[in-house]
Design a protein around this ligand. Structure first.
Ligand SMILES: [Zn+2]
Length: 151
C-alpha cells in the first residue's frame, strides 16, 4: 500500500499544526500570550490599539508616536509591552539600535511630566502607588481616595 504513506505524512503535518494552534489558544486564554513576565512568555507584537489601551489616554500621543516610530524602521521593530510602572511609561521593544532607544527613552521621560489621565503637564504623585498627574486630576484622585477611606 504505497499510496498510504504520503497521506499519513500529510496527516501528521496537519496534526502538528493543529496542536501548535491549540497551544497558542490555551496561552491566550490563560492571559499569558501578552504577558512577557508570565511563565509562558511568548514574544507579542502589540498592535497600536493594544498599545494605546495599555495606559491612560493622556499618554496616548506619546505611545502612538513611539509605536509609529518603531514601525517606520527598516525592518519594523516589535513592540513587546506597553505599561505604566512607578508613574512612568514603559515601552518595551524587540531588538533595536541605540538611536531607537534614545527616542524611546525620551518618550518615557516625557511621560513623567505628562498627566496619564488627560495629557496636561503633570508630575509624579504619591497615592500609595505613584501616578503622573496634573493638579486637577491629582485632586480628583485624592478626593476619590479620601472617600474610599471614609467608608
Ligand atoms: Zn490631568
Amino acid at each position: 500500500m504505497e499510496w498510504i504513506e504520503p497521506l499519513r505524512c500529510r496527516f501528521a503535518v496537519w496534526q502538528s499544526k493543529r496542536r501548535a494552534r491549540i497551544n497558542l489558544l490555551r496561552l491566550e486564554r490563560l492571559g499569558l500570550l501578552r504577558n512577557p513576565q508570565g511563565p509562558g512568555f511568548v514574544m507579542a507584537d502589540y498592535t497600536l490599539e493594544e498599545a494605546l489601551a495599555s495606559v491612560g489616554k493622556g499618554w496616548g500621543p506619546i505611545v502612538e508616536r513611539l509605536w509609529r516610530f518603531c514601525k517606520a524602521q527598516n525592518p519594523p521593530i516589535m513592540v513587546t509591552q506597553v505599561k505604566e510602572k512607578l508613574g512612568g511609561l514603559r515601552f518595551y521593544v524587540g531588538a533595536a539600535t541605540d538611536d531607537v532607544w534614545k527616542v524611546i527613552d525620551a518618550g518615557e521621560a516625557e511621560s513623567l511630566k505628562t498627566c496619564e489621565d488627560c495629557g496636561q503637564p503633570g508630575e509624579t504623585r504619591p497615592l500609595g502607588w505613584i501616578l503622573t498627574l496634573c493638579d486637577a486630576c491629582f485632586m480628583k484622585h485624592t478626593k476619590r481616595q479620601q472617600e474610599e477611606w471614609k467608608k
